[in-house]
Design a protein around this ligand. Structure first.
Ligand code: 13P
Ligand code: SF4
Length: 331
């Protein structure tokens, strides 16, 4: 199929779909015809989460991608999630709705600079967060997500020297709860670093019965006041299992959709960012995905993810290692 120059320029298929009355229905029909599945991250808009075959955190999405027998996997998330799926299942077609859906954290770790960094510590094992490019994964001994980072770091012998990248906040947090002294790459996610501690504490003052939930990508000062720290899946589970009826949620606001579905009688307050002029507790990369882009991407089979085979064969090992350890630990 010939790719149009404006698709290539835009990074997504921008064909008009005005003649379609119900885009969700049309998408579901096409998905069935093409034997495709749609997996969506918790940070997607509500409509996309509702229509997906599977909704989960980054670990669950990688596990789903490794196991599904569908020929086409549509990834409503960000680029590294599609790349992980392709690394695990090179024979499958992995479609993303918009190539511009990157990740500021993954971008904070350029492969050349990271390679120089790790070469300074040749006796260290390299542990990297899944929010990275395939090239970074290819330089790693094992990949982690925020769901399994503590357990995987704990699985190394106590005297094993470790480098952790790219998220400095997650790395500092894992150091603090494991007693390790991992050397950290200095990267961060712009969404999680923008939450305002001051405004969160003001909300807490007005709602003393509310518990603060925070993703470990948030800054240390915020993690210090949190009642519970965890991955999106862990925060979701805590909010439904725990007896409190009110939560201030310091992670991307998309997760609140699942929290409300699981606990319709509880109150969830999105933590505000320090800049009140923006909606920056929404990840603008995650939010680039829309129903019409999903439909067009599936219809035209583009954008699809490709990973160079020499990089893929190196990158698959640390991801498979992560999946094996997670499996053993029942994560
Ligand atoms: P989870 O692994 O908790 O889903 O986090 C993904 C992410 O991108 C956090 O910003
Ligand atoms: Fe990346 Fe942050 Fe968006 Fe997660 S929220 S995908 S870490 S930019």
């Amino acid at each position: 199929m010939e790719l149009k120059s404006d698709w290539l320029k835009n990074g997504f298929v921008n064909e008009p779909i005005e003649d379609i009355e119900n885009i969700e229905e049309a998408f579901l029909k096409l998905k069935k015809e093409k034997n495709a599945v749609l997996m969506a991250h918790f940070y997607q808009e509500d409509k996309i989460q509702d229509i997906a075959d599977f909704v989960g955190d980054s670990l669950a999405l990688a596990q789903f991608a490794a196991k599904t027998d569908a020929e086409i996997i549509m990834v409503a998330g960000v680029h590294f999630m599609g790349e992980s799926a392709k690394i695990l299942s090179p024979e499958k077609t992995i479609i993303v709705p918009d190539l511009n859906a990157g990740c500021s954290l993954a971008d904070s770790c350029p492969p050349d600079a990271f390679e120089k960094f790790i070469n300074q510590y040749p006796d260290h094992k390299v542990v990297t967060y899944v929010n990275t490019s395939a090239e970074i994964k290819a330089l790693s001994d094992i990949v982690v997500t925020s769901t399994n980072a503590k357990a995987i770091v704990d699985s190394f012998p106590e005297n094993e020297k470790l480098i952790f990248g790219p998220d400095r906040n997650l790395g500092n947090y894992i150091n603090s709860i494991t007693g390790r002294d991992m050397i950290l790459w200095d990267g961060a996610c712009h969404v999680h670093e923008k939450f305002s501690l001051e405004k969160i504490l003001d909300i807490k003052k007005e709602n003393p019965d509310a518990e603060i939930l925070a993703h470990p990508e948030c800054k240390k000062q915020l993690l210090m006041v949190a009642d519970h720290i965890g991955s999106t899946a862990a925060l979701l589970k805590y909010s439904s299992d725990n007896s409190s009826n009110k939560y201030i949620v310091a992670t991307e606001s998309g997760i609140i959709h699942q929290m409300r579905l699981k606990s319709p009688n509880k109150t969830f307050i999105p933590a505000p960012p320090n800049d009140s002029t923006c909606a920056c507790n929404d990840c603008e990369f995650m939010r680039l995905n829309t129903m019409s882009k999903l439909y067009n991407a599936l219809k035209f089979g583009w954008p699809n993810i490709e990973v160079k085979e020499d990089i893929r064969v190196k990158a698959v090992k640390p991801i498979e290692r992560m999946l094996e350890v997670s499996d053993k630990l029942g994560l």
